[in-house]
Design a protein around this ligand. Structure first.
Ligand code: ZN
Length: 688
């Protein structure tokens, strides 16, 4: 979705745990917290190779210790991981924010090395036996986080097949390798399909009210030399950044239909990949003794079972359906006023914009003038400082790009974390926005506390004069990523791997969604909305419009998200599905009858659904909504006022500080003294 938290780091680092650590030595600490290695790419592959060799040797040495204890075995294993992460995470970061042929080559070389290391560690019998020894001999004297780490690790070994006979283990490894290749092929097919289809427009009138920035991105340069470009014009591919503006603004229905049909016919070769992936997943579940693939992955989730997730999703969808029907009727009525009597999916984005503008009278170009990037960041920090009693102090340090910034995070006069930001877009940056880190909070084998070094990255566009005025969606995204950021920054967990965002996948979006909810509460808008030229506070009338417009198409949004999630759950709880069966389920479950797309990102065939087939979200798309029901309830407890300090600090000290040291439902009970109320999310979406 909006961030890259569960990206390649998390996928590769199954056994590498979280992140790289930094020593805190007396007064050197502040300098080192803001440190970013300027020579991170030098001699990259040999250094990663050497670091892996060192880690392997260290792990083998630790596995051979006779009288293992938590402190002489588990913590040193964490240190070995941290040392390895120290070497490669800055490379990985540069590949995402300063992408080049060099970084691409380096990643191509090091990711297979890291994956091999990770696989070997997940099958390391000596380490597994070591954890079991500690469970037998020392468990009762460990604290809750340490107990959870021991239990989680033993479980992870077991669901990786550590106790299976050699031939079955070998088969699992083969499946793993084939799955990785298939995911990669799935993505590459989609990338090619997105680029290869293009519609060119030469008559400017057809672009309608398309904003200048979108036109500029699609502009074909008549002087570029290519004969097909000699007449100039605008060219649109199926990539989201072109497809969105095209479907929203292009006035010719027939062109929109062509574009829409092409988008839904993308990457047909992924059909075979989907069949094969499902077959392999079923095989691995069977080898490991689970009735289906969903049951296997639910071993590492907070949601109790696939059935519980399905029930939750169906209930939400049923409640949202009448709202979605009303949304559709509203758009169709507006289209009819233009003499469009056969309202179709390719009209949805076009009329959504019109209805939104006409009904809510919200002119986004005016709203943007109140969200200059730097002022918005300062405003957001201001809110967070008051909520959680921390301070952000910028400090100039050498980083990877002039747009990047560094802040010391201070609590009770002590620096507790380092925060890096890099918000503006550039060609060398991967698209989207994300949170990740160079290191998590933990205590090493020598009892030295390592502080978190976390970053947020975005792709917000600067205007022609260099001033970046954020869209409303940008502001929302910034709050979302900052929510993840705080999860890392304010962690107090001593065990690497359980710290910060080291939580189960279906609750990792809780802190991000929680903070995101606040972005447009009137008290927050009043505080952060300042006109970039006059410095004047945002007028109440505009605040009201922003708040009202946010409710637009909420029912439709829920219907789509629940439908995709139900489809994902269905295909991972059935047996022997071939692609034709998958397509049938997709048509009946994921493409809800009569509903319209809430936004162009939902315009996709099953062959372009990356979450379950290219990313690690198989039987996991429900996670966003599962976390959101908790986030919604936490938000409702504040009753629109982020400055309820007692409550905010309780949230900080339980949900944020606690990371994965306890299961999230336990932390939640510590926060509010009760379980989340399932009605809260319904209320937020106006379903109750
Ligand atoms: Zn997120």
């Amino acid at each position: 979705m909006k961030h890259k938290l569960l990206n390649i780091i998390a996928i590769v680092a199954v056994a590498i745990t979280a992140a790289f650590a930094i020593y805190m030595k007396g007064n050197c600490m502040k300098t080192e917290l803001g440190y970013f290695p300027q020579n991170a790419l030098e001699n990259a592959t040999p250094r990663v190779n050497a670091a892996i060799d060192t880690a392997r040797a260290r792990v083998d040495e630790l596995a051979a210790i006779p009288d293992k204890t938590y402190m002489n075995f588990v913590r040193p294993l964490m240190d070995a991981d941290a040392a390895l992460n120290d070497v490669w995470l800055p490379m990985n970061h540069l590949d995402s924010v300063m992408h080049s042929d060099e970084t691409k080559k380096i990643m191509g070389e090091i990711l297979p090395l890291l994956a091999a290391y990770s696989t070997d560690m997940s099958q390391h019998k000596g380490v597994y036996e070591g954890y079991k020894y500690i469970k037998e001999h020392e468990y009762d004297s460990l604290d809750a986080a340490q107990k959870k780490l021991i239990d989680d690790t033993i479980r992870n070994f077991e669901i990786s097949g550590i106790n299976l006979p050699k031939d079955k283990q070998a088969r699992l490894k083969e499946i793993d390798i084939e799955q990785t290749k298939l995911s990669n092929d799935f993505t590459n097919n989609l990338i090619a399909a997105n680029k290869n289809f293009k519609i060119k427009i030469t008559d400017e009138k057809l672009l309608g009210n398309m904003p200048e920035s979108d036109r500029a991105a699609a502009k074909v340069n008549g002087e570029s030399g290519a004969p097909e470009h000699s007449e100039g014009g605008w060219e649109f591919s199926l990539l989201d950044s072109f497809y969105g503006p095209f479907m929203t603004y292009v006035t010719d229905r027939n062109l929109r239909k062509q574009m829409h049909d092409a988008r839904f016919a993308r990457a047909p070769e992924n059909a075979a990949i989907i069949s094969r992936k499902l077959e392999l997943r079923e095989e691995s579940a069977k080898i490991l003794g689970y009735k289906d693939y969903a049951s296997l992955v639910f071993e590492v989730r907070v949601a109790p079972s696939p059935d519980a997730a399905k029930k939750f999703l169906s209930h939400l969808r049923d409640l949202a359906k009448p709202m979605a029907d009303r949304d559709r009727a509203e758009l169709a009525a507006r289209a009819a006023a233009d003499n469009v009597t056969d309202f179709a999916p390719y009209d949805a984005a076009f009329y959504m914009r019109l209805v939104r503008q006409e009904q809510y009278e919200l002119d986004e170009s005016i709203a943007r003038e109140y969200f200059e990037l730097n002022a918005t960041v300062t405003g957001m920090f201001d809110i967070i400082e008051e909520m959680f009693d921390v301070k952000f102090a910028e400090r100039k340090v050498p980083l990877w790009h002039g747009d990047a910034k560094y802040y010391d995070v201070i609590q009770d006069g002590n620096v507790i974390a380092g925060f890096f930001t890099d918000w503006t877009t550039r060609e060398s940056k991967m698209p989207g926005a994300w949170m990740s880190g160079f290191s998590d909070h933990y205590v090493d084998a020598n009892g030295v506390r390592h502080l978190p070094r976390i970053y947020n990255v975005g792709n917000f566009s600067p205007a022609a004069d260099g001033t970046s005025l954020l869209t409303l969606d940008n502001v929302r995204t910034m709050f979302h990523e900052m929510g993840h950021g705080l999860h890392g920054l304010l962690s107090k967990v001593d065990e690497l791997g359980l710290s910060g965002t080291g939580v189960e996948r279906d609750v990792v979006e809780l802190p991000s969604t929680f903070l995101e909810y606040f972005w447009n509460s009137p008290v927050v808008l009043k505080r952060i909305g300042r006109h970039y030229k006059t410095g004047k506070q945002m007028p109440d009338e505009l605040i009201e419009k922003i708040v009202r417009a946010d409710n637009f198409m909420k029912g439709t949004d829920i219907v789509w998200r629940t439908s995709y999630a139900l489809f994902d759950m269905e295909i991972h709880t059935r047996h022997g599905l071939k692609f034709a069966d998958v397509q049938k389920l997709f048509d009946t479950i994921a493409l809800p009858a009569g509903a319209i797309t809430p936004g162009t990102t939902y315009d996709r065939p099953v062959t372009a659904f990356m979450h379950p087939f290219a990313h690690a979200y198989a039987a996991g798309y429900y996670s966003y909504l599962w976390a959101e029901q908790m986030a919604a309830d936490a938000y409702m407890a504040f009753d629109g006022n982020p400055f309820n300090k007692e409550l905010a600090r309780k949230y900080r000290d339980t949900i944020l500080a606690g990371g994965g040291a306890k299961k999230m439902d336990e932390l939640y009970r510590e926060f509010l003294g009760r379980d989340p109320n399932p009605e809260s999310i319904l209320k937020i979406y106006g379903l109750k």
